[in-house]
Write a protein that binds this ligand. Structure first.
Ligand code: SF4
Length: 911
């Protein structure tokens, strides 16, 4: 019988469990404060070598996320696409899944099923999935969302250096003399590393920082040189730099001769990349190219950092290798402060790469396409063989789901209905797939809508295992509290299903999944790394408890991990030499043309994480940016006769969205920018409706950062605004479907102690009265203490609910000029005379205020300090330290410091 009970609230003594942050690849150590049932707070672990006690705005609000009403708590199954899912028990759920998978395999073969997993999983979860897919089912159809994130870096490392192994460590960021940050808004995406860099630069002001990015991001606040290249022109830039490094004798001939191959071919290629030609292709000044080459060439230690700007590209592999070429040509690798260093996106994307969680890989940095590797793994697993047929990578996988080849799809801990490019195709695929299993902690994600079987998974703080961060460092993830409802650890779900499937597919065979704990999975897995470049045979959970997080390789018998790779100049290639990769610049797939004259780039915000499954549950994290706004260069705004705040229709070749636009002089003319986080749950359509599925031929990573688009002003005179405090996740679930009626609909959370759901919508004309009545009913505005004003002749209506002298719900229809004022009244807990006077007035606008009044953003989330307070302080002449002292901003996690510096610089420039 299904047990629907949840843990009963108690307030036992508080204690602390050390674990690891579940967001980005920095892999910060966190101390979880809890009472064995609930998590009450988090702080940075001062002993963790990734962060030494620091946390960013996301990490420091981990305890505020994961609202239980957003969690998947019980298995839910539907037995027909038209039916709703019903709660069931684990046995029924997994027996049903086993039956469907076994039948598909029997009738259509092992490649008729597929697994799409996640960089959020722990190493043990990954390993269980890999063994399930390859050893038991017999398919290589197992890919992960790391395909969208790091697969170009994987190819780059392997082709140039011989193994998928970032050679550096975080200390190198502090030790470098010249740092080249390419395609990474590190200040937002890897904030704690950026803090370390800020501190290093303040200790060593001579350190030179170069940022290469089409946008002038907050990361540029630290830069000595910013190269705002044309999007996608990185390969031309790197070849141009190498041209100058050769010309000016900055190359290290001794290193090249002793430790590399194919330099002469590359030298011939870059000969044509003259400074003038490169400056023209990249859209930068020749002088800046010279300066960049000199800073690299003269640096005693040169380090490069990169992220999605290189990886998410149809030339991602070429970009990675062209950057690594610079290090090989100058001998800047294998030394303190020197080397190519990719910043991993997800918390355990590295673990995924290690365990073989891309379709072309096998555990232990092996290749699925290599017969010897397949034999080694099959022997270790004691199975007859592993499948040789190539598996499907993410984009192809969903295409095969769409065309009916895949009959059963298992998705774990990821949200492809938000994160994959070309969402129309992906949603169609998920809709048509005969059987979709979703193993997930959150029942509110876009993908949950398509799940025939929803399996509740434990989340951060509720499970244990290991993760590897960007610097090859393994950390223990520890459990602080039990998972709610019937949620189970991911590995345990996978192993349970695998055991059942083995009984069906191979009755009587020796058990393959005899794992009682996460630890037993790790112990088996690490044997597959023995003797490989990532050898972790000397690591176990107890050792990590004793010594703290450790870097691989850490072979059996070693007493410590390996801080830096390739110090001896020997590379894991056939010849032992690193390889110069010789590929010319190829322009991005979708170039600007008359129909789509702008290039859309997508990127990360400071306080949101990926598809917002978790961060979308914390109202505080919407304080900095509350909606997806399209940034356009002022010249493009002018050309289109647009003003900031206008709604525009944004078209790509795949679909269109309605979004507000803002003038943004950090962008080059011709470039447009949208945050990547907003899916269909928070923005009708979702950002990835526009992005393209074209991918790099080697890494198969799609070009999410470069889509041709055009904008046109949206004529949507009927505007709508609503706010309701209380159970925001349930309000969101109930109200979001009704917003389908509007051309534009954006939903967000607001507030801190009393969170509220906020809806903004717009449409060419007023909707049916019945729809408004339905919305009013859900907002609690159709009865009780509600003030209402309706002007049918103007199509304007306003309703405010006041409970105990406080606003608790608002709805404006027709026009919404007073929305910011009302939201502020709600925040301040006021419902006094001005509100009553306004209710009776025919004009909705706040009395005496401009129609263009905008919302005040919270720059410092930790201390709740708004932009207007900071700007007022700057106008009074306060410097950064004084602002910190007087307002408290920037004194806790420090994530807002680059923005405060930018505001200070803005005033300085304006003056
Ligand atoms: Fe978490 Fe922030 Fe550290 Fe990344 S930088 S691991 S998001 S605390």
């Amino acid at each position: 019988m299904t047990d629907l009970s949840l843990p009963i609230a108690t307030s036992g003594p508080l204690r602390t469990t050390a674990s690891t942050c579940c967001y980005c690849g920095v892999g910060c150590g966190v101390l979880i404060e809890h009472d064995d049932l609930h998590i009450h707070g988090v702080s940075g672990d001062p002993h963790h070598p990734a962060n030494f006690g620091r946390l960013c705005s996301k990490g420091s609000s981990l305890h505020l996320t994961g609202d239980l009403s957003s969690r998947a708590l019980y298995p839910e199954l539907r037995l027909g696409k038209a039916l709703p899912r019903s709660v069931t028990d684990w046995d029924t759920a997994l027996e049903h899944a086993t039956g469907v998978f076994a039948q598909a395999i029997a009738e259509h073969g092992p490649d008729s099923v597929a697994f799409y997993i996640s960089g959020q999983l722990l190493t043990e979860d990954y390993y269980a999935f890999n063994k399930l897919a390859r050893a038991l089912v017999g398919t290589n159809n197992i890919d992960s969302n790391s395909r969208l994130c790091m697969s170009s870096a994987v190819v780059g490392y392997k082709r140039s250096l011989g193994a998928d192994a970032p050679p550096c460590n975080y200390q190198d960021i502090e030790l470098a003399d010249t740092l080249l940050i390419v395609g990474s808004n590190m200040a937002y995406a890897h904030p704690v590393l950026f803090r370390r860099l800020e501190e290093a630069k303040s200790r060593r002001p001579d350190m030179k920082i170069i940022v290469v990015d089409p946008r002038r991001t907050d990361t540029c606040e630290l830069a000595d040189l910013h190269l705002a290249i044309q999007g996608g022109s990185d390969v031309a830039l790197f070849h141009g730099l190498l041209h100058l490094l050769i010309e000016q004798a900055y190359t290290d001939e001794t290193f090249i001769n002793a430790h590399t191959e194919h330099f002469s071919e590359l030298k011939a290629l870059v000969h044509d990349y003259t400074p003038e030609h490169v400056a023209q292709v990249c859209g930068i000044r020749v002088e800046d190219l010279h300066t960049c080459a000199r800073l690299i060439g003269e640096a005693p230690a040169f380090l490069s950092l990169w992220c999605m700007g290189l990886n998410q590209s149809t030339a991602g592999s070429a970009k990675n290798s062209a950057l690594i070429n610079l290090h090989l040509a100058t001998g800047q690798i294998g030394r303190p402060g020197a080397g190519p260093f990719s910043l991993t996106g997800q918390p355990n994307a590295m673990g995924g790469r290690e365990t073989g969680s891309l379709s072309n890989l096998l555990p232990g940095h092996r290749e699925a396409g290599n017969a010897e590797h397949r034999r080694e793994v099959a022997e270790y697993w004691n199975v007859a063989g592993l499948p040789a047929t190539p598996g499907l990578s993410a984009v192809d996988l969903f295409e095969q789901v769409r065309n009916g080849t895949i009959k059963a799809l298992w998705i774990a801990c990821t949200n492809p209905a938000q994160s994959m490019p070309d969402q129309a195709t992906v949603r169609q695929a998920l809709s048509d797939c005969p059987f979709v299993v979703l193993q997930e902690a959150f029942r509110t994600t876009e993908t949950a809508h398509y799940a025939d079987l929803l399996l509740p998974a434990a989340s951060w703080g509720e499970k244990e295992g290991t993760v590897t961060n960007s610097e090859r460092r393994l950390s223990n993830v520890r459990k602080a509290i039990p998972a709610p409802g019937q949620a189970r650890a991911d590995w345990s779900i996978t192993v349970d299903f695998a055991r059942r499937l083995q009984k069906r597919l191979r009755p009587g065979s020796a058990p393959l999944f005899d794992f009682a704990t996460a630890r037993s999975l790790f112990d088996e897995y690490k044997g597959l790394t023995r003797g490989r470049d990532l050898d972790m045979s000397g690591i176990n959970r107890d050792l990590l408890e004793q010594l703290g997080p450790q870097q691989w390789p850490f072979p059996e018998g070693a007493s410590a991990g390996t801080a830096r790779l390739y110090s001896d100049g020997v590379f894991p290639t056939a010849s032992g030499r690193a390889q110069f990769v010789c590929e010319g610049y190829v322009a991005p797939q979708e170039r600007r043309d008359a129909l789509f004259p702008l290039t859309l780039n997508t990127g990360r915000l400071r306080d949101q994480w990926h598809g917002m499954s978790r961060t979308g549950t914390a109202a505080r994290l919407f304080g900095h940016v509350s909606e997806a706004v399209l940034g356009l260069n002022p010249a493009d705004m002018q050309r289109q006769h647009l003003e900031s705040g206008d709604l525009v229709r944004l078209h790509s070749r795949r679909g269109h969205l309605v979004v507000p636009v803002a003038s943004d002089d950090s962008l080059r003319a011709g470039h447009a920018w949208l945050p990547m986080h907003w899916g269909d749950r928070f923005l009708k359509g979702g950002v990835n409706l526009l992005t393209q599925p074209a991918y790099d031929p080697l890494s198969k990573q799609p070009e999410l950062k470069h889509s041709g688009v055009r904008v046109e002003k949206a004529d949507l005179p009927w505007q709508f605004f609503a706010l309701i405090e209380g159970d925001v996740q349930n309000h969101l679930q109930a109200l979001r479907p009704l917003c389908e009626a509007f051309d534009y609909a954006s939903l967000s959370l607001a507030g801190r102690e009393r969170p509220a759901l906020v809806i903004r919508a717009a449409h060419p004309h007023a909707p049916e009265a019945a729809l408004l009545a339905q919305i009013d009913h859900l907002l609690g505005l159709d009865h009780g203490p509600v003030m209402a004003y309706d002007d049918a002749s103007r199509g304007v209506g306003k309703r405010v609910r006041i409970d105990q002298e406080r606003i608790t719900a608002v709805r404006l229809a027709g026009e919404t000029l007073a929305r910011h004022w009302l939201q502020n009244l709600w925040l301040e807990g006021r419902a006094d005379e001005p509100l009553r006077r306004w209710m009776l007035a025919p004009i909705s606008r706040e009395p005496g205020k401009s129609a263009l009044q905008t919302r005040d953003t919270i720059v410092c989330n930790c201390k709740n300090v708004s932009q207007s307070s900071i700007s007022a302080g700057i106008e009074r002449g306060l410097c950064l330290d004084q602002l910190k002292q007087q307002l408290g901003c920037g004194t806790q996690c420090g994530s807002c410091v680059p923005e405060i510096k930018r505001l200070i610089n803005l005033v300085a420039v304006t003056e």
